[in-house]
Ligand binder design. Sequence first.
Ligand SMILES: C[S@@+](CC[C@H](N)C(=O)[O-])C[C@H]1O[C@@H](n2cnc3c(N)ncnc32)[C@H](O)[C@@H]1O
Length: 204
Amino acid sequence: MTFNPQIPSWGKDFSENYINELLSYHSWLSTTGIKTGLISPKNNQFIWDEFIVHSLYFYKIVNDLNILSQNIFDLGTGGGIPGIPFGIVSDQEITLVDIKQKRIFELERLISVQKLSNITAIKEDAEILIKNNDHTIFLMRCYIPHSSLVNLLEKNIENNKQNTFIVSSNADTVNNLEDMFHVKQEKFLINNDEYRYIDVITVK
Ligand SMILES: C[S@@+](CC[C@H](N)C(=O)[O-])C[C@H]1O[C@@H](n2cnc3c(N)ncnc32)[C@H](O)[C@@H]1O
């Protein structure tokens, strides 16, 4: 099925040189990704707009904040979303994290075939990484429901860590975090007329 591998204007300057690599990843997601259950069956345009373009905005946020040198973990990565597109358009070291070994095996095969030398995949519990790391960036796209996010972030406060969490969200989910955290909400276009939100959360 044909689709339009569009990039909204906010992403053109850092993505255009990597369009072939992004298309290869798209092709893998729409075949192996669906066959092995890493993503549920979706059409090609949806996979491009919702998974690849959405992931690129995680990179834009980190790049704009000028914090690219910190460790970056993609928690609950599933099929490598958002960590793989992020790693394709940057030379930043990224660690993809998932609790399911089968997902890690598939991601390791992809990393090897596409020669994504700045990306690593590990089987680990996200909670352990949050507990043990400091001055680290944690990307989370559709990893846990917002109701569980507060508990997870509280662990970070208990352990006195200065981490940054970049989390996909809905427009109305920010308020119950704002007592304890700095939350900046980014609204962005994924295609011609649909918007999505990502929250940038740091401890106060
Ligand atoms: C809904 S999927 C989201 C995948 C991907 N980030 C995306 O946006 O499509 C959630 C993923 O989190 C993983 N996961 C669940 N609990 C986890 C944990 N405690 N630590 C690490 N990964 C976990 C699951 O195996 C699954 O792959």
